[in-house]
Write a protein of this length. Sequence first.
Length: 273
Amino acid sequence: MAKIEQILELERLEKDIFRGIAIETMLPRTFGGQVAGQALVSAVCTVDKHFNVHSLHGYFLRPGNPAMPIVYLVDRIRDGRSFATRRVTAVQDGQAIFTMSASFHVFDEGIVHADEMPPVPAPEDLPDASTLVSEEISWEFREWADWDLRYVPADRIARKPSVTVQQQVWFRSREALPDDPVFHVCTLAYMSDMTLLGSASTIHPDAQIQSASLDHALWFMRPFRADDWLLYDQTSPSAGFGRALTQGRIFDRSGNLVAAVVQEGLTRLLRQD
């Protein structure tokens, strides 16, 4: 499997045209986090250094072919004094497979508040997937062997009475990553697609479904490192008509809210013929 440094290193073909490498994968289609992460890198490469990405909104239009590289076309929508906006289209075989808008902002002074991190077991108190016997290791732990994923057991989650679905996952890169803060932001764009849609299935353990990310929105709020522990606090407010809405709040080890995610995904029941 390619390292995240290889995944996020794009080739610049033209001023606003980039290409990402094909990544070996166990998935039948390109991992959505890979496309989102590479698309964000392409947008970052066209923005002045004093701007910081604060949000992205993406739509997965077609399944990507993991055996093919992806070309990213960047449109420079706006360059203002405080904000800059980029639109990115990911293309394979002449067709758009993903489109994304990314917004950048210079840091301003403003009001400050944030949710507190929910009570949760420390990651050191939870088993590392790599220590489990092979029969118990699901495909995602093999697919993302470079990422330390530790699920909080259902009976150890502090339940909210008005919330139907809750899932909590500690995650981080197993290896130290470059110090560039922008690299960690783009890495989180990659990581944020991991496990989130699966939270919608936690109360439907026997359902056989076809799942895929449909759209993905991510807001960056405070600095963080993707090689330090991050808590992904996930909920799924609603599912129906073959789609599920999922939400995630991401906290650093100190309890700071560093990012928020909203995703809708396909959760179509498979026919039992």
